[in-house]
Design a protein around this ligand. Structure first.
Ligand SMILES: *[C@@H]1O[C@H](CO)[C@@H](O)[C@H](O)[C@H]1NC(C)=O
Ligand SMILES: *[C@@H]1O[C@H](CO)[C@@H](O)[C@H](O)[C@H]1NC(C)=O
Ligand SMILES: *[C@@H]1O[C@H](CO)[C@@H](O)[C@H](O)[C@H]1NC(C)=O
Ligand SMILES: *[C@@H]1O[C@H](CO)[C@@H](O)[C@H](O)[C@H]1NC(C)=O
Ligand SMILES: [Fe+2]
Length: 445
């Protein structure tokens, strides 16, 4: 009976999708180049085998190791050390699981390990047996390199984007929303976890939510983000946030803020108050770079998803501007677009650079058409799959590059040097602010 219902599920979801705001039926009128096939990654191992391993930063000097077992009795143990095969430490963590309609998840293990040394390779094993994996912790100082990819999905394009991205070393992976495109079909979350494990078990993956993570079904599943929150636990408690949907972290000299486009963001919301407090706690001497990720772009000249980020922009743009945020990365629009520094729809040398990078390779394909004439705020735009890299060389200089997937090649199509606003004398103190932030005041500007 249960098998029979499972076979019916995709059909039921297909019908329900049109009644909920969660899913992928965006009725764009433009045509897209062929999206590639979904890769379904099955699990062949034992019930107790660790699958879908991924690691994430979890507060100062700590990492969280997450994996899933079909076996509900498998222990939540991580053994790790600096030499292969020799585990000098062992930590027992927590586990969770969830039900979604007829689907029942495996045991989802979350184990926070540390303190760890920076810039160090650790060898580790999940659940007390099985294969050894390794990850590298981020460095304590510059240079620091991020890979940034939004709207990833799990197609053949996804796989080539990830292969290109990891063909050169980097420290931290940033994903501004839309991960698996499971769209309520829960086994696709497991498949996604297996597809990305090769990358996500080796470098910290830091994600925020997109619309495809919501997965609300009227009546049956009225609360959103069930699978996402259970599987992709991020360091929100470590950053004093009350929700997994927005949080922040420091890595080397960067403060990274992950915002939630699909939870409240108005002036009276928890998210707004948290952001205000988070921004005011930044010490630009310790973290000269401040970047923000969110899903629905605030600036966008693509025909797709026009205006969807506008209410959030109106609510929060001033906070980011006054804090002199260096760059804002978004996804959602399946294309690449880079803007100049902006505040309130105008060029402003003290505003963030806005970049849309929703071109990871999901099954919906590309958002092909842009509005014409091009806005003078938009400096480069192209509908192609690819990935971005942000390399912070030191306190003041960073190099951003966007790499188009040229089939089996990757080609650097756009690049720009960025200067951190933390040392831009013209931007501190800003108008209306009586005192410059303490960390800047005693610097020679
Ligand atoms: C387990 O979860 C509890 C409650 O969220 C938390 O306080 C505790 O630190 C966790 N333990 C580990 C080892 O992660
Ligand atoms: C993904 O790409 C890697 C590297 O090119 C390849 O070895 C692997 O077979 C691909 N996976 C799938 C499921 O196509
Ligand atoms: C979180 O709040 C506590 C108490 O208010 C404070 O001591 C701590 O520094 C804060 N942590 C972060 C990461 O902001
Ligand atoms: C793009 O791929 C094609 C076909 O593989 C190749 O001929 C061309 O040289 C590539 N271009 C770049 C810039 O890598
Ligand atoms: Fe999206």
């Amino acid at each position: 009976m249960e098998k029979f219902l499972h076979a019916l599920l995709p059909f039921i979801f297909f019908l329900l999708r049109f009644t909920s705001r969660c899913c992928s039926s965006e009725h764009e009128t433009y045509s897209r180049p062929p999206a590639r096939n979904i890769i379904f990654s099955p699990h062949h191992g034992l019930q107790s085998a660790a699958q879908q391993v991924h690691v994430s930063l979890a507060g100062r000097d700590h990492m969280r190791v997450t994996w899933i077992t079909d076996d509900k009795h498998a222990p939540s143990i991580v053994e790790y050390g600096k030499q292969p095969g020799t585990y000098s430490a062992e930590v027992t963590g927590n586990h969770t699981s969830y039900r979604y309609f007829f689907y029942s998840s495996g045991k989802i293990h979350h184990v926070k390990i540390g303190p760890l040394e920076p810039g160090t390779v650790y060898y580790y094993r999940c659940g007390g047996s099985g294969p050894e994996l390794s990850f590298k912790t981020p460095p304590a100082t510059f240079p620091l390199e991020f890979v940034v990819i939004g709207d990833l999905g799990q197609t053949e394009w996804t796989n080539s984007t990830l292969t290109h991205a990891s063909s050169r070393d980097y420290d931290v992976f940033l994903l501004p929303g839309d991960l698996s495109y499971a769209d309520t079909n829960q086994p696709l979350w497991d498949s996604f976890g297996r597809l990305v494990e090769r990358h996500a078990s080796q470098r910290p993956w830091m994600v925020t939510e997109g619309n495809h993570e919501i997965e609300i079904l009227p009546i049956i599943q009225p609360h959103g983000f069930k699978a996402y929150n259970a599987r992709w636990l991020m360091p929100y408690e470590e950053s004093n946030s009350s929700s997994n949907l927005y949080y922040s972290f420091n890595v080397a000299g960067a403060h990274v803020i992950m915002l939630g486009s699909y939870t409240d963001f108005d002036e009276n919301s928890d998210q707004y108050r948290w952001l205000e407090a988070d921004l005011s706690s930044i010490d630009r001497k310790k973290t000269p770079w401040v970047i923000v990720l969110l899903h629905a772009p605030w600036y966008n000249t693509n025909n797709a998803h026009q205006g969807e980020g506008e209410s959030m922009r109106k609510a929060m743009e001033e906070l980011l501007y006054k804090a002199r945020v260096d760059a804002v990365f978004a996804g959602h629009v399946h294309a690449y677009e880079r803007f100049t520094r902006i505040y309130d729809n105008k060029v402003d040398p003290c505003g963030p650079v806005y970049i849309t990078i929703g071109d990871g390779g999901n099954r919906e394909g590309l958002a092909l058409t842009f509005k014409n004439p091009a806005s003078p705020l938009s400096l480069y735009r192209e509908a192609s799959f690819g990935h971005g890299r942000l390399r912070m060389l030191d306190e003041t200089r960073a190099h951003w590059s966007w790499h188009r997937n040229n089939d089996s090649n990757s080609f650097s199509a756009d690049e720009v040097w960025l200067d951190s606003l933390s040392t831009s004398a013209a931007c501190w103190p800003f108008e209306g602010e009586k005192e410059p932030p303490e960390s800047i005041a005693d610097d020679e500007l």
